[in-house]
Design a protein around this ligand. Structure first.
Ligand SMILES: [Zn+2]
Ligand SMILES: [Zn+2]
Length: 665
């Protein structure tokens, strides 16, 4: 079972943030082109459906969209007609002409046209920011730009409409539902065609499709719940091989492993700051009462009920009140009881990240500078509440296993620790054949210290300088993104491109100045003072769910030998006893070396056996016939590559074991 079919109109939930003028300045040429196409799309739609109401049309990662309200329901059948009109508009070579309006003028214009969404969008423009209109041909839009100069700068062959979806105005379900037309645009037809080809290939490599075909994972929304994947035996092989890789690599890098429970008390997440800020992404709490607290709770509840009754009686002035116990006092006592009741037991939360547990492990023993750096690693299971509409195969789930570690170090140790983390990334990239990657280094904005960023000006500067230095010295491909750091320190998002050129963010590294202090973590330094360590959060292999989803696309399910769920299958040319014995002994030998090997010595024709192994994406097939038996040899076939010739059995076994041990591509 998988994520089921996409609904015909998938809903777009998140509301796009209005771009600041700075962000607009930074829009790339391609983004300008695509945003200009959104105007061209709106122009075309208005020509075809003059009663359409317009919302906005920003560029997106894949192209652009425009939101409309109109009675006609768009379907893909409308696309050729709209595209045709768009091409016409590019050929008309209209100039994008800018004019500045006063708020009153702008309001009058859109009210006059009945464009109610535009009227509301006008209110989003901050006081003081100029209100600009852009006109191309007969179409006028409220827009801050930037655009290309003329519609003719958009090549008619580079435009394509992609899909239609429904979207609530401002992403809010209480607002009217609009129709969102998605399109894309490229510099020319050739680039568009290449992209379309890549999309087509991505569809073939869709991790949900391959995951089901290969029996890697299953979704069971009815019994287990949506977004909670079950790893089937073959998928578990991938999980465990990745864990083995991580454990070996981390062991060699001086990490130690820990194990933590999947839940913790409310106090943990209040201390970390996840509550209340991150509450929406966590599963709701579980209320728990310890055994000795049950009776106490009952007693308190009983007393509360009595007092409520008493208070009600006082309100009606039925019962006399000889003790002088006033109604106000009773109400106060009720409140006291209620807070006592809530303090009993506790609220537990499923963990959404592993950091707080690791911090408590740091705090579990007294630490000295001699213990640092302390590198705590765990493939930790986390639970996050993603909206059901956001769930996507195993790429976007509600339970995940993270290749997590927290490195606690002194400021002096930081650069070396950070460098070592980067090296680990590069090592992994090599193993997985990822030649194209980029690190997005998000830094702080000194003007926003104390608001958006924790107020540690020197620490920010020093750490960012060190990170930058390490990135430059390691020759790592990176871009610096100002003003996008996390609250408590700079972060690095790691982006990789799959074999077919699609981009994925697989991991985030963070430097943390603030949280160790919130947890009161200290170590005793050389000079006998207590100091707070820095903490590096890192997860090079991300989560199993996301990383395996990525690997499925990257390899199209044809995993390298070391990862392949079924590494080897031994096939016999016929089912004669001596041959079957020979095949069985090869299988047993490989199995004794922990190779994942299966045997097929049925009477089926060998062609059919090979076809079956190919369909199952078995990495290596060892075919044996009478001649191989006599020569003590085997014929080797590789998945998708065919026969690579016969070799002595011992050599084949040794080669397989070496390739697996070295994790060859
Ligand atoms: Zn515009
Ligand atoms: Zn962390």
């Amino acid at each position: 079972m998988n994520d089921e079919q996409q609904p015909q109109f998938e809903s777009a939930k998140s509301e796009v943030q209005r771009k600041t003028l700075d962000q607009r300045e930074q829009m790339t040429e391609l983004m300008r082109l695509r945003h200009s196409c959104a105007h061209i799309l709106a122009t075309a739609v208005l020509r075809l459906w003059p009663d359409a109401l317009l919302d906005i049309g920003p560029p997106t990662e894949e192209g652009f969209y425009y939101d409309f309200e109109l009675k006609h329901r768009f379907t893909p059948d409308d696309f050729p007609k709209i595209e045709e009109e768009m091409r016409k508009i590019t050929k008309e070579n209209q100039v994008f002409e800018k004019s500045i309006k006063t708020r009153v003028e702008a309001l009058a214009y859109f009210e006059g046209k009945g464009q109610t969404f535009k009227v509301q969008r006008l209110g989003d423009i901050p006081e003081g920011e100029p209100i600009s209109f852009f006109q191309n041909g007969e179409f006028v839009d409220l827009c801050a730009g930037p655009h290309v100069m003329r519609t003719g700068n958009v090549k008619p062959g580079g435009i394509k409409l992609l899909k239609v979806a429904s979207a609530y105005f401002r992403g809010n379900e209480k607002n009217p539902q609009l129709q969102r037309l998605y399109g894309t645009a490229f510099k020319n037809k050739e680039e568009l065609d290449n992209w379309l080809k890549m999309q087509e290939e991505a569809r073939k490599r869709d991790h949900r499709k391959i995951g089901t075909e290969m029996g890697l994972f299953a979704m069971d929304p009815e019994y287990v719940g949506p977004g909670l994947p079950l790893w089937l035996p073959k998928g578990t092989v991938l999980v465990e091989e990745l864990e083995r890789l991580a454990k070996e690599t981390e062991f060699q890098a001086g990490y130690v492993r820990v194990k933590t429970p999947h839940l913790a008390k409310e106090k943990m997440y209040k201390t970390s700051g996840h509550l209340p800020y991150y509450a929406e992404s966590m599963f709701p709490p579980m209320e728990m009462l310890e055994e000795d607290e049950r009776q106490k709770r009952e007693d308190l509840m009983e007393r509360r009920a009595d007092l409520i009754q008493l208070a009600e009686g006082m309100g009606k002035a039925i019962s006399p009140n000889p003790s002088g116990y006033t109604e106000e006092q009773v109400r106060r006592d009720i409140q006291k009881l209620e807070s006592e009741i809530t303090l009993l037991g506790g609220r537990y939360y499923l963990k959404a990240m592993n950091c707080p547990h690791h911090h408590r492990i740091f705090a579990a023993e007294p630490r000295s500078y001699r213990d640092l750096p302390l590198r705590l690693a765990e493939y930790g299971t986390c639970y996050r509440y993603e909206q059901s509409g956001e769930l996507f195969g195993v790429m976007r789930v509600r339970s995940m296993n993270m290749n997590d570690a927290h490195l606690y170090c002194t400021a002096e140790q930081f650069a070396e620790e950070f460098r070592a983390v980067n090296e680990m990334y590069l090592k992994y990239f090599k193993i997985f054949g990822l030649d194209r990657y980029q690190m997005r280094f998000s830094t702080h904005d000194p003007a926003r210290l104390g608001q958006k960023f924790v107020n540690e000006p020197e620490l920010w500067k020093k750490t960012e300088d060190m990170v930058r230095q390490v990135l430059i010295e390691s020759g790592i491909n990176y871009v610096e993104v100002p003003n996008e750091a996390a609250f408590y320190g700079p972060k690095i998002d790691v982006q990789v491109w799959s074999a077919i050129g699609r981009e994925f963010t697989i991991a985030t590294n963070q430097v943390d100045f603030a949280v160790p202090a919130r947890f009161g973590l200290t170590y005793r330094d050389r000079d006998n003072t207590e100091k707070t360590p820095l903490c590096i959060h890192r997860a090079p292999l991300g989560t199993h769910e996301r990383f395996i989803g990525f690997l499925i696309e990257h390899y199209a399910g044809n995993f390298p030998l070391w990862l392949a769920p079924e590494q080897v299958r031994v096939l016999t040319l016929n089912d004669e006893a001596p041959l079957v014995e020979y095949a069985k002994s090869i299988t047993a030998e490989l199995r004794s070396h922990f190779v994942r090997v299966e045997g097929d010595w049925s009477a089926n024709p060998v062609k059919a056996k090979i076809a079956d192994a190919e369909t199952s994406k078995v990495h290596t097939m060892l075919v044996v016939g009478q001649r191989d038996l006599e020569a003590g040899a085997v014929s080797v076939r590789l998945h998708g590559k065919g026969n690579v010739g016969a070799k002595p059995r011992a050599e084949v076994v040794a080669d397989l074991l070496t390739a697996i041990r070295e994790r060859r591509a």
